[in-house]
Design a protein around this ligand. Structure first.
Ligand code: NAP
Length: 271
């Protein structure tokens, strides 16, 4: 584990401490930079040690208050230790931003339960571990904010990302089911649904046609707003809200037909 507190700080005492998982790359990295720029004390977690160290150095050069730990969110005991170490340096977690996730193609007919299990472990159980690590403190203080990063693929099953869709659907239901009981205890739950964001995860998918993507910095602006405003759902960019509404309320038969006809044309690889 690697967790050090920065010496120079520009912390605004009113800013809540944010614990961010999946901080080394992509959306998590951009959000860490955006939050630090606003004086938010940060606890950062990722399994990529060198990637995390590079980010922490950049943040410290900017005078941010940051503690970090290299840990895999699927390792519950190691994660709990890491969170305790981070909180001893930057203070109790007031906002959890669970961004760590993996996305792999799973295609018919090569179904692979090992991939399914691994995807569920990171995208569902890893988020649940992160929540468990910070929730007792939030409940004891009577306030807190849990933010889970899901996906449009969790609202409908996309035939080229079967395991990923299943993991994000489970995460959406998990967060929704947590919401009422936690609200009574002062803890808010936000479900994030980003559109396509240009990161390693999305650019590695062999789409046949160019896909319009927003930059991680744009996604970070939405996540910073979610931290500040605590909405139930955070869906971005704006056209994703329309796309998601259409998808969610599309009759099942129409969705099935669309995926049967258009689905196989989405990728360069066959399924
Ligand atoms: N990009 C999109 O278009 C998009 C759209 C919808 C939702 N999302 C969701 O947004 C989140 C961030 O995605 P991204 O596109 O920013 O992906 P990314 O660029 O691959 O970044 C994900 C980060 O999480 C880390 N991570 C993965 N598994 C971990 C684990 N078990 N423990 C600790 N850290 C772990 C990764 O480390 P490694 O580099 O070592 O894997 C990486 O640093 C994910 O939950 C993803 O499902 C993304």
């Amino acid at each position: 584990m690697n967790a050090k507190t920065n010496v120079n700080t520009n912390t605004d005492a009113k800013r809540p401490t944010v614990l961010l998982t999946g901080a080394a790359h992509g959306i998590g990295r951009a959000t860490a930079l955006a939050l630090a720029g606003r004086g938010t004390p940060l606890g950062l977690i990722d399994r990529d040690g060198p990637g995390l160290a590079a980010l922490v150095q950049e943040l410290r050069d900017q005078g941010a208050t940051v503690a970090d730990a290299t840990v895999d969110v699927t390792d519950r005991d190691a994660l709990f230790l890491a969170v305790a170490g981070i909180e001893s340096q930057v203070g109790p977690t007031e906002v959890l931003l669970a961004c760590a996730g993996i996305g792999t193609l799973t295609l018919v007919p090569e179904l692979d339960t090992a991939t399914l299990r691994q995807t569920l472990e990171v995208n569902l159980v890893g988020v649940a571990h992160s929540i468990e690590a910070v929730l007792p403190g939030m409940i004891a203080r009577g306030r807190g904010h849990l933010i889970g990063v899901a996906s449009m693929a969790g609202y409908r099953g996309f035939p080229w990302m079967i395991s990923y869709s299943a993991s994000k659907a489970a995460l959406i239901a998990y967060l929704e089911a947590l919401r009422p009981g936690l609200r009574r205890r002062g803890v808010t739950v936000t479900t994030v649904c980003p559109g396509f964001v240009r990161t390693q995860m999305s650019t590695s998918v062999p789409y046949q046609r160019p896909v319009k993507m927003i930059e991680p910095e744009d996604a970070a602006r939405h996540l910073v707003r979610a931290v500040e405003r605590r909405p139930r759902n955070c869906i971005f960019p704006w056209n994703m809200r329309i796309g998601l509404a259409v998808l969610r309320y599309m009759p099942d038969r129409l969705f099935d037909a669309l995926m049967r006809l258009a689905g196989p044309q989405a990728l360069h690889v066959e399924f």
